[in-house]
Design a protein around this ligand. Sequence first.
Ligand code: NAG
Length: 457
Amino acid sequence: MPRVNRTLVFGLLLVSSCAFLLFQLYYYRNYVSKHTGLLLNPAGHVTSSQAQWQTLKKFLGLAQYFRLPLFLADTAALALLSQDALRQRDRMTREPHCSFLCTGRPIASFALQANQWKHSAGFLLAAEQKGFELLEVRGHDPRLGSLDTLSGEEIPLHFLFRLHGYIIHVVLLYERSGNYLWHGALRLKANMDRSFAPFKLLDYGRHAGAYDRPELILTVIDGLDVRIPRNISRFLTQQEQARFLECRYHDARSFLQLYPDDSSAAAIEFRRKAKTLLTLAARTLGQLDVPFWISSGTCLGWFRQCSIISYSRDVDIGIFIADFRPNMVAAFRDAGLSLKHKFGKVEDSLELSFLGEDVKLDIFFFYREGDVVWNGGTQAKSGRKFKYVFPSFSLCWAELLEVKVRVPCETLDYVMANYGASWNVPVKSWDWKSSPSNVMENGVWPIAEWAGLIQVY
Ligand SMILES: *[C@@H]1O[C@H](CO)[C@@H](O)[C@H](O)[C@H]1NC(C)=O
């Protein structure tokens, strides 16, 4: 009797453990494909997008653990997200696990405000323990750069994490005094591994960039918790136009050693007023969504001496005529500036001049014509017209008097067109009708039209 029982028990145990083993196998296959996203293709291999997804999941999990509020800054992924909901659903049904974050490129870019780069040592160590290889790119800290001190200090600018051939690029964004975010250019040092990543494919790092602080939202993308900019299209537009030029502090210092700056009370007062005016112009035009750049003497001041030329007496900005808005005058009036004169018309040589405190804001409208760009000038008492021709240019961000402004990216060409090869020598007696290198006579306004075209207040 006891013998029979023992065999029976043994048999039952064997059967049930086999069944359990089979169940485990079945469950594992199901669980793995359903819950971890490790989808096996018919040949039984992990698909490449799933490997990328796993890499992202691992990385984002670590970032969450170390409380790093990374946000998705990848232009390809954000472009997919910003497309209409119908196409998103379509993509989701076709490839359920990595529709947005796996963009067909072996890269995903994230950004992080540098002041939140806490616990970084722990994070980097943990990432390495999880198998990520790391490349850290450092560069000079521009926030310490000024006319008095040229910074020698280096700060982390970019991190590249690599696992299974995928790159996760983390761009650090630093707060600058003009109340915007900045990232540095990615420049490899001589001893760095040039094959670490397909550097040419990176969204960030070809140039330094400037951004408004984006409003972020936390959402779930491809089953992962991810922060993204709330207004994706605004962020992507900014990304396209983000290139930032640092002032040439080194050359400016040399210039100021030759030609020391005016430090009289009047000059200091002028700089204060010019800064107020520039801040106001940037805010007013920003609200109208009108891009502008600093022009003429204001641009020369930034380029040559990283400041405003104290004897220039006004602030000059340029705007493409395509960006002219009829409500500009009202917007500046609401901001406390009075219209001083209006010359020309939208079709030809438009120029607006406003007065704030006792500093003038001159707005020159620029016209594209073939591969040049020009703006006009009008002499009020004679109706004579002038034309200033520049080689065509693109726009970059820069900082002047702690205000984020645009400048022509090809600044030297722009300045040389206007001031000639001796732009580096101060000229105090300047006649706008004859001194500029690029001035041309452009006829006379018909007397019958003067009343409309030459308005002085
Ligand atoms: C997003 O930004 C764009 C451009 O700045 C703006 O025109 C649009 O209204 C914004 N969209 C939302 C939903 O706020």
